[in-house]
Design a protein around this ligand. Structure first.
Ligand code: KG4
Ligand code: ZN
Length: 335
């Protein structure tokens, strides 16, 4: 039995995993705390994690019907994320591993998102793993536990662009769900947002140009009613266009057997439909996570953590988490 812990951003989560099966997965979101701010306040988030972590671990154990003594390894998100938030979960995991005298493994949050799409299935490698979330947009070529970063976030992440546009419109936080809801009755071609490609030919993700274009339109015409729905449908379509565009190019270059699209934004139905249509056309297998595993959760951390522990990965109890990875914006190499 492996205990998974996730506290990298604004969800406090714990899960029990055994043999690739999720015995329990509990997530407490902090979004209600941040709605009025239009985004996460890191200090408030870490304090909330501190209040919740013990309760969430107890809940995960009791829902799985597992005693703490049965836990044979602890897996916790080590990077990337908000440093204060990461520290709460990772320090808790270190202390617990020490107390139980079981191994600890640190998990890359983005790698865990990729593996969220394998829960209940078996990946076919080589796999193109795409993560689109609030903090990151990244793509990896994955072979078992080996990850090679093939595209990363140049500026804003996909979900961040949705969140910032929603904030500008006074629609609250997070932006993705409300934009998806309102976009349903809009015309996705009413506004002419074009696909952003980088001048240097790189396949990195870039959303700040698209976000600024959207914000300029909001400032100019403050769309209302039907026009607002058209605007949001068009903006959502443009955010998805870029993901599909990168997926198409990366599939051409790396010729994977399969593709996984994961992370908070992968719950979006427009993205899921477009990805399915592309995969069918390109003849690649597509994995989309179950909707409960799209957003941040500890099941994916425990799931990948179990594989890492089986492969012999161990974390020193003096190790510390860190906020960035090589897939983070503007960072070429980090440790
Ligand atoms: O993976 P996640 O829960 O946290 C990070 O690791 O960042 O992703 C959160 C992101 C937010 O930007 C949120 O707006 C976006 O996922 N999101 C959505 C939807 N639900 C959440 N984006 C598009 N459509 C949705 N329905
Ligand atoms: Zn995430």
């Amino acid at each position: 039995m492996i205990l998974g812990i996730e506290t990298s951003c604004d969800e406090t989560a714990a899960a029990v995993v055994y043999g690739g099966k999720i015995l329990s997965s509990v997530v407490r979101s902090q979004v209600d705390l941040f709605r009025e701010f239009g985004g996460i306040v890191p200090e408030i988030s870490s304090r909330r994690h501190l209040e919740l972590i013990q309760v969430m671990v107890e809940q995960a154990l009791s829902r799985a019907g597992v005693d703490l003594k049965e836990i044979k390894g602890v897996a916790a998100t080590k990077k990337p994320g908000l440093i204060g938030s990461l520290l709460v979960g990772y320090s808790y995991a270190k202390a617990l591993a020490y107390g139980l005298d079981v191994p600890l493994v640190g998990v890359d949050h983005l790698h865990a998102h990729v593996y969220s799409a394998e829960i209940g299935r078996k990946f076919e490698f080589p796999l193109l793993g795409i993560v689109v979330s609030g903090g990151h947009s990244a793509a990896y070529m994955v072979e078992g536990l080996k990850f090679k970063t093939v595209a990363r976030t140049r500026d804003d992440a996909a979900g961040e662009a949705l969140d910032k546009v929603a904030k500008k419109l006074g629609l609250g936080y997070p932006g993705g769900p409300v934009i998806e809801r309102m976009a349903r009755e809009g015309n996705p071609h009413a506004y002419d947002f074009s696909v952003v490609r980088l001048k240097d030919g790189s396949l990195d993700f870039s959303y700040s140009g698209l976000k600024s274009q959207a914000i300029r339109i909001i400032e100019r015409e403050m769309p209302q009613g039907k026009r607002l729905r058209d605007f949001l449908a068009s903006f959502q379509r443009a955010v998805v266009d870029q993901i599909i565009d990168r997926m198409e190019s990366l599939v051409k270059i790396y010729r994977p057997s399969s593709v996984a699209i994961t992370g908070g934004v992968s719950i979006n139905q427009h993205l899921r439909d477009r990805a399915r249509a592309f995969a069918r056309k390109a003849g690649v297998k597509l994995y989309l996570p179950e909707k409960k595993y799209c957003g941040d959760n500890a099941a994916m951390v425990g799931y990948l953590g179990e594989k890492l522990l089986e492969a012999g990965f161990r974390e020193d109890l003096f190790s510390t988490p860190f906020p960035r990875t090589e897939a983070s914006k503007g960072v070429k190499q980090f440790r």
